[in-house]
Write a protein that binds this ligand. Structure first.
Ligand SMILES: Cc1ncc(COP(=O)(O)O)c(C=O)c1O
Length: 394
């Protein structure tokens, strides 16, 4: 095996392979261009409505509310449900938005450990976190791999809790044969630049709950009745301020882009699945790493392809792969080690053994539809080369 690039050997790739790369085609460009030209760029416009109807139909839910971000969708869910006190149980291994949404609405959070193999919140750990103060559970589908939502719903039902499903990463994933988004009381997707359906920034709240949807439509539009006035045609020249809210309606430009992206979402996710399978086949059996895991009853959208690098070699392997021309990175710093949560919650690292282990081992490799066979082979060759040098230090 050749000298590794980190030791001044020749890299596997001269031109770096980027970690994230949104997939856009001519149809996306035309959708944006046509909407800009139409002059109808304000939020909750016809393209937003068209997307919402198509997305609700795709998922098999009653309501889809396009928002400015996944964080906005989560916050809107908490506002809409009127969850303003008590605690929300959230995974320790997640993005801060999972915690910000309940906190912004006046709640506190209880951090819960995750399962090592999927990095998703563990139903058994949730039970241990529930107290008299608990009002909600916010499970996350890390990397697009659905969490064990049936078990989580059953726990919530037993304890009278709301489930706000953070599906930021799992657009198009399947759980027990059904698309993710219809299992919980409310689910919140992200359409951020790094996600599978991309509008740059954006998100969507989906639910079957009539009351939640009715309130969320008002709160998404700064607490006004603008939407119902527009829909009923009863435009009396002013809106009534009916509730608290925020400015979370998405622009018609990005509504058009979301609609165009939705049309190829299944195809884009299929490309990712094939890439993940190819990488798994090429990387199987290498000492010192573990491959990503997929449960038998789910179909991940492979939002993230994450290896586990064992034996404390994570950062060395990351740096060596970068030197080989493969962009890669670690992922979440568990919430409990971030100053905001640490100072607020005073929790102890020993309560999160699995989150700590995921944090210490997880390495994200490039994953997006347009990866070529050559890109995938370069990734496999680079990992083999790096692990060979890590496993056989001279
Ligand atoms: C698990 C999770 N929740 C929420 C969010 C927030 O989404 P957005 O960036 O669209 O606000 C993200 C985004 O990365 C996420 O990964």
């Amino acid at each position: 095996m050749k000298e590794s690039a980190v030791k001044n050997g020749h890299p596997v790739r001269e031109k770096k392979l980027s970690l994230n790369n949104p997939y856009f085609d001519v149809a996306d460009e035309e959708a944006v261009r046509d909407t800009v030209r139409s002059g109808w760029v304000v939020g909750d416009g016809p393209k937003c409505r068209e997307f919402e109807e198509a997305f609700a139909r795709y998922l098999g839910v009653k309501y889809a509310l396009l928002t400015t971000s996944g964080t906005a969708a989560l916050h809107l869910a908490f506002m809409g449900l009127g969850l303003e006190e008590g605690e929300a149980v959230i995974p320790d291994y997640t993005f801060t938005s999972t915690g910000l949404a309940p906190i912004l609405n006046g709640m506190s959070v209880k951090l819960c450990d995750v399962e090592y193999d999927t990095a998703n919140i563990g139903p058994a750990f949730i039970e241990q976190c529930i107290t008299r103060k608990t009002r909600a559970i916010v499970p996350v589908d890390y990397a697009g791999h659905p969490c064990r939502i049936d078990e989580i719903n059953a726990i919530a039902e037993r304890h009278g809790l709301a489930v706000v499903h953070d599906t930021a990463q799992s657009c198009g994933s399947k759980y027990k044969g059904e698309l993710v988004g219809k299992q919980a009381l409310v689910s919140c997707f992200s359409f951020h630049a790094t996600k599978n359906l991309v509008t740059g920034e954006g998100g969507c709240l989906v639910t079957d709950d009539d009351k939640l949807a009715e309130t969320a439509y008002i709160m998404r539009e700064k607490g006004t009745n603008k939407r119902s006035m527009v829909l009923t045609g009863e435009n009396i020249g002013y809106f009534e301020y009916q509730a608290k809210g925020n400015s979370y309606v998405q622009s018609n430009i990005l509504g058009a882009l979301a609609l165009s992206q939705l049309k190829k979402l299944d195809w884009m996710n299929q490309q990712r699945r094939e890439h993940a399978q190819y990488l798994n086949d090429g990387l199987r059996g290498i000492a010192g790493i573990e491959l990503p895991w997929e449960a038998a009853d789910v179909q991940s959208n492979w939002a993230i392809y994450g290896l586990r690098v064992l034996d404390g070699k994570l950062l060395a392997v990351r740096d060596a792969l970068r030197a080989e021309g493969i962009e890669c990175n670690t992922h979440y710093h568990p919430l409990h080690i971030n100053s905001y949560y640490k100072n607020m919650l005073h929790c102890s690292a020993k309560d999160f053994p699995n989150a700590n282990r995921v944090y210490a081992t997880l390495l994200r490799l490039p994953m997006y539809p347009q990866l070529s066979r050559q890109d995938l082979d370069d990734m496999i060759n680079a990992v083999k080369k790096v692990m060979n040098s890590v496993n056989n230090p001279s």
